[in-house]
Ligand binder design. Structure first.
Ligand SMILES: [Zn+2]
Length: 170
């Protein structure tokens, strides 16, 4: 059974209870991410499953999908950047524990308060999924001379139907 994400949660307890969450969050709700994007439009779809694995690790398995709009570093125009991410985190209390983690897990360090903001987990994963340097393919970049897009950057965002209509006119 899946539920909406709590604002604050004890992740150890959620893992004990085997809780699952699924839903959508608007991109503008992620301030750290939004400031790195060309625009904070759209939303992220998430699934988070808290569980205890066979070795006793408290874990979070997650799936994310979001169609982000990043800024091309060459022409500074918007560029669609779809993110599809799956991750597996194990809760740890110390740096020493991180070194002992099985390879299949990334660590999620939980401090003494035992409280996390689950939405931060999602935002962190989206941040990790961003490209270091985003750039259009040369044939789609307005800053590359001779590219068919050089004088009409908006072509990419036209609907397939609009493109079809244009073809028919010819
Ligand atoms: Zn570009």
């Amino acid at each position: 059974m899946s539920q909406h994400l709590p604002n604050l949660a004890d992740p150890w307890r959620l893992a004990d209870l085997g809780r699952r969450f699924a839903g959508r969050i608007r991109i503008e709700q992620f301030p750290r991410l939004a400031q790195l994007l060309a625009g904070p439009s759209g939303e992220a779809t998430y699934e988070l499953e808290f569980f205890t694995d066979e070795r006793g690790y408290s874990c979070i398995a997650g799936k994310l999908a979001a169609d982000l709009s990043v800024e091309c570093q060459r022409c500074l125009g918007p560029m669609a950047y779809p993110v599809r991410s799956e991750f597996a985190l194990a809760l740890v209390r110390s740096i020493a524990e991180i070194e002992r983690l099985p390879d299949r897990y990334d660590p999620l360090l939980v401090d003494d308060t035992d409280i996390i903001h689950p939405q931060d987990v999602i935002e962190d994963e989206l941040l990790l999924a961003l490209p270091q340097v985003a750039m259009h393919d040369t044939e789609q970049c307005a800053a590359v001379s001779g590219s068919p897009q050089a004088d009409r950057v908006s072509t990419q965002t036209k609907s397939p139907f609009a493109v079809l209509a244009e073809l028919k006119k010819k």
